[in-house]
Structures are given as C-alpha cells and as structure tokens.
Design a protein around this ligand. Sequence first.
Ligand code: CA
Length: 434
Amino acid sequence: MHEVLKPGLLLVALTAASCAGPHPKTGAGTDGAAGGTTAGGGGAGGTSRGGLGGGRGDAGDPGDSGVGAAGETAGTPSTDGTFGIGGVTGSGGTSASGRTSTTGGTTATVGTSYPEGNGDAGVDAPMGGTGGSGGTGGNGTGYVASGARCVGLAANCSPSKNESCCTSLRVEGGDFYRSYDGVSYTDKGYPATVSTFFLDKYEVTVGRFRAFVESGMGTQANPPAAGAGAGIAPGTGWDSTWNSDLEVDTFMLKSGLAYYSLYGTWTIKVGSNENLPINCVTWYEAFAFCAWDGGRLPTEAEWNYAAAGGSEQRVYPWGPTEPDTSLTVFSCLGDGISGCTLADRLAVGSKPLGNGKWGQSDLAGSMCEWVFDWNGTYSNDCQNCVNGTSDLNRVYRGGSFNQISSALKAAYRTGRAPGNRYMEIGLRCARSEP
Ligand SMILES: [Ca+2]
C-alpha cells in the first residue's frame, strides 16, 4: 500500500642499503674511520679491537606516489555476467582515479649491533650491523569496480554525469556498534565485526532497474536460482519459497512498479527519470535485482557500518552536521521549496558533499534502502551476521526524500513488509570482496 513514513606499484618496501663498515688495517692497526652512515652503519675501524656494532638503519622512504594504473584501468566489466572486478591497486601509489596514497613509510628498525672483531691479528673487523628494514609504503585507496549489468547503459551518474551508475566502492572492514552514534543512540550492546566488502556508490537507478525488468527477470516466470545472491553469512541466498512473492510475469511487474504513479520513479517508457533512484520495489524484487546484477543486498550491519563510517560511529554519513540541502535530499526540499512535489526526487549522487566515509552517495536521504535482515531484535554476537529470524518486516535504512532528519541518521532502524511497495524505499547493492 502507499504509505508514507511518519516524520519520524606496487610499492616495494624500501630495504635500507647494505652497510659494510670500513675494514681495519693489518698489523699495528691505525684507528679506522667511523662506522658507516647509511643504514646499519659499519663497525669502527680496528685498533687492537675489533669493530663495533653497526648503527641505526635509515628510516624507510615514505611511500611514493605510485602509479595505480595497472589496477585501475583493469576495471573492465566481466563478460560472464558476474561482478566486473576493477583492478586492485597495489599497495602504495595513487590510483588511476586520482586518489592519493596514504602517508609514507614507517620508520626503519634499528640495525642489529655486531660483536667486536679480532683487531690485533689484523683480521678485518666484522661488518657493521645489518641495516634496518625500510618503511612500508602507503596504501593506495582507489578501487572502482563496475557491475556487468551497466554494459550498454550510459555512464552518466554523478553531478558531472560522467561516472558509471554501477560504480562500487570498497568499504574497509572493522568493528563497530550497530545502531549507535553516541549522541541520540547510546546503547553499546550490539557490537559487530564486518569484513571488507563493496557497496555501490549509488542507489539503483530507474535505468538500471529497467534493464533488469526488460530482461524478463525478477518474476515468477524467471525467479533467481535457489541460493543466488548469497552473502557471507549462511542461509542468505535466494530461497525458492520466495518465488511466489514475485509478480507473475514482466507485464505484472511493470504494472506493479507503475502503480504508485504519483511518486513512483518508474516510467512505462524511457524518460527523464532514468537516473532517479528506483522506488516502489518489493524486498523480493530488490533481492532479485542485486542477484541478477552480480551482487547481493547488503546486510543491515554492513549498511549501518558504511553509513556510520565504521568505528567513527558518525551520526550521519558525512559526520555530525545536521542535514541541509547541500548535503542530502530530504524533507521534500529537493527542489529547494517547502512542500512535496515530484521535483523533490533528484538524480542519484546529486549531493556529493553528503557522501559517506568510503564515498557512497545518498546513504542518508533520497530513498530508504532495503537490506537483507529481518527487523527483529538484534543478536548480541555479530561476525558478519544477519538477522535471519523471520519477522513481519524486513529492515530498510537511511531515510528518504520526503522524510525528516531523524530518519536519516545512520543509527536509525526500522522495517516494513517485504512484499509491499513503498514510495520511500529503493535499494543499493553490495558485493563480497573478490
Ligand atoms: Ca538513500
């Protein structure tokens, strides 16, 4: 039913130069020169004593601004319909997409000292100590992968309209507290660990969803295969008993999408809404779309982790600042004017200032987003968990174009019936790390 939410270069680690100290002279043994100055300086020259141990290794060079092109330019979509894997940028280096490397290397370790040599006999004193190991180069952060299903679709997302709408960005895993921000959500009772994964930069657009619909998929006639779209947690693949929750065929699917014509973004024919986020999709259709797209629905913990900036526990994806129209699409202010109109729904990625820690757009606002989990009580233990206990509702998160700021908080949690269509709810897909 039509419902409105209540406001509510691999950069090689530089090894310090080898470091032989000057050798002592034979016989009487004039004092030798001082130990080496490079990493692991050599022993002092022999008198009657052997050389002393080596010095301290040089600090490792900082990580260079490397060339990430090998990885980045390899980001071609796969041809077998699965997730196209962008090249992984090697550690160190600036990615082809211009991301900067992190700061340079760590300080070298101290060289090992060396025992005294046999100076009297004119035997060469032993070399100085071993130089310290070089610092580790900085880690490049660029990684962009594009879903195979955007082949043939214009790469016209982002405010500059020059990016694939299927861009997917890496979210570095870690620990955090679910539905916690330390401000208005202060219960630390639900810690979780999330492994590194990929989360699409954009909500799924009408154009992407149209390709899915036109393929004939996502219906009882062509449901996902059993087990498709599974995530890390067991039991997260498509359950064939859900087939009957899909529309009978493509005609009925199109009818369903068009039913809420007032605020539904779907259009019968290709039109001006192609880069708007799709809404009025059931949870089952959202699941089927992501499986077809070579991905999956994010788990609630993953979505929450990305929106909260992981352990930063951000109130909003961009930080603590209260929402405004420079940051997000919300409160029916998409057109800049009070009151809800069709013009309040904007193209995905319209507010890049509101992007999250890992670059995803519209995690807050635009459309709420279905996630995998049932909307039951959280489990206490969560290692890449999902809430798989059946409930009336599936969880959706993030708030929408017509909801107020409190619904946009990263910690805000609610759910709706998975078989219904809501004008506030769309989706974005996740992908497990290849
Ligand atoms: Ca959203």
